[in-house]
Design a protein around this ligand. Structure first.
Ligand code: TYD
Length: 220
């Protein structure tokens, strides 16, 4: 495909959206066409499923049913948004993707073999060339989310934020395990640094991964 696909993963409060915006600005300054998107959501159909999932309305389905909804949302997102953008030659930056299902629904007890089947069906061959994992201790992330949601009209954490600290820490370890298992596509960034240092580390990872396209431009 002519475009490039980069996903961002990490726990709550890792700073993904800030860093995605910064990477977008960097790539655009190099004249690249960039599409920023997120999961669950990123297409009209998937945004509807997002509302159901994050409100907690789907909780009664159990983790396996929720996993199916995340997969259904992903399938629509791939078909309606990601694949067309990659076909146009865009750089697609996606806030969460299939690794989030492996980690969140995996942690919730869904059989990995079942998750793999769902993933294969949902992504339809569209897999990230690079995954940026922004790693922070669960406690740091939750503190950031708590500060953020004070001014939030929706009030309080969403369905997946409002879990116990040990759940968040287990997810962190699962993300790190994944990064070790699929090291060829992962770059693990220490998200407890200040935002400028995180931005520089991400820029370095991206310019190294896409040396052919960005070689002479990433030094700044
Ligand atoms: P969001 O508000 O987008 O959170 P964040 O800023 O942390 O990305 O909510 C997405 C939530 O859904 C988040 O808690 C992670 C969870 N999630 C899953 O459980 N499985 C998935 O496959 C995806 C994409 C997200």
């Amino acid at each position: 495909m002519p475009g490039h696909f980069i996903t961002f993963e990490g726990g709550e409060g890792a700073g993904k959206s800030t860093q995605i915006a910064r990477l977008r600005a960097f790539l655009e300054s190099l004249g690249k066409s960039v599409l920023v998107t997120r999961e669950p959501g990123g297409s009209p159909g998937a945004e509807k499923i997002r509302a159901v999932l994050l409100s907690g309305q789907a909780k009664d389905l159990g983790p396996r049913g929720e996993a199916m909804l995340f997969a259904a949302a992903r399938a629509d997102h791939v078909d309606a948004t990601i694949k067309p953008a990659l076909d146009r030659g865009d750089w697609v930056l996606c806030d969460r993707y299939a690794d989030s299902t492996r980690v969140y629904q995996g942690e919730a007890g869904v059989d990995p073999a079942y998750l793999k089947l769902l993933e294969t069906a949902a992504v339809a061959g569209v897999r990230p060339e690079l995954t940026i994992l922004i790693d922070i201790p669960a406690e740091t992330g939750l503190r950031r989310v708590a500060t953020r949601s004070q001014g939030d009209e929706s009030g309080g954490p969403d369905r997946f934020e409002g879990e116990e600290l040990d759940v968040h820490e287990r997810r962190r370890q699962l993300f790190l395990d994944l990064a070790r298992e699929e090291a060829y596509r992962f770059s693990v960034i220490d998200g407890s640094q200040d935002p400028d240092a995180v931005e520089a580390a991400i820029r370095k990872a991206v310019t190294e991964s896409f040396a052919d396209e960005l070689q002479h431009e990433g030094a700044a």
